[in-house]
Design a protein around this ligand. Structure first.
Ligand code: CA
Length: 229
């Protein structure tokens, strides 16, 4: 099996070197760049399995870079930040990052997060022969990771895909925010309901005709969300 390809965007050379060596030791292939523009100009940008993105870069900041990365990559994005304020973490998630770590972090923690994100984004081989999940015009094929609505393909991030997969496995069931976060992240994120809300808002933007009156992902006020009525 080929090594997972990780793109590391980090300008602090000491940290970048440490991450690169440690990730290579556990079998990942790492391509490191120090600036946002260097990452965006990579011809193979769409081929990485995961992107590690530093918050503060010489030519911009991580959250602003995410929409540009997303135009060419649906790989999970793990944000590194030197800031520890909760508001920054929320901004990190709202910008579309799939996970974050605050510096200084333990290298084993980084590797565990990377593995969890890669499991979440899955691979065609691991997910082969799982039947498609359907609800009204929405079809999700776990094996190919393809999502269509009325036959039109929808591009989702790994986090959005996971959320949709959870809903499609139990249409009509109400999920609390805490339960959804636990199911999506694989661990508890107490108090991060707003980050989930922002992922759901982006997901609705992609699958709903009218996001003010969603047909698929309904808000259950004071509780959470459910798929359909
Ligand atoms: Ca930096």
């Amino acid at each position: 099996m080929n090594a997972k390809q990780i793109l590391l965007i980090e300008d602090e050379s000491g940290i970048a070197q440490m991450i690169r060596v440690q990730l290579q030791l556990v079998g990942f292939s790492v391509h490191a760049v120090e600036e946002a523009q260097a990452a965006l100009s990579l011809p193979q940008l769409s081929e990485f399995d995961l992107i590690i993105l530093d918050w503060m870069l010489p030519d911009g900041n991580g959250p602003d870079l995410i929409p540009q990365l997303r135009q060419r990559s649906n790989a999970p994005i793990l944000m590194l930040t030197a800031r520890s304020e909760i508001v920054d973490k929320l901004i990190g998630f709202e910008s579309g990052a799939d996970d974050y770590l605050t510096k200084p972090f333990d290298m084993m923690e980084l590797i565990a997060r990377i593995k969890a994100l890669l499991r979440r984004s899955g691979s065609a081989v691991q997910r082969a022969k799982i039947p498609a999940l359907r609800f009204r015009e929405l079809v999700l094929e776990p094996d190919t990771r393809r999502v269509t609505i009325a036959g039109d393909e929808v591009e989702l991030t790994p986090t959005e895909f996971k959320i949709l997969e959870i809903f499609l496995q139990a249409p009509g069931s109400v999920f609390s925010r805490d339960k959804l976060i636990e199911l999506v992240m694989g661990y508890e994120y107490e108090g991060y309901g707003r980050t989930l809300d922002s992922h759901i808002a982006r997901l609705r933007g992609k699958i709903e005709l009218d996001i003010k009156s969603p047909e698929y992902i309904k808000t259950v006020f004071g509780v959470g969300y459910k798929l359909g009525d």
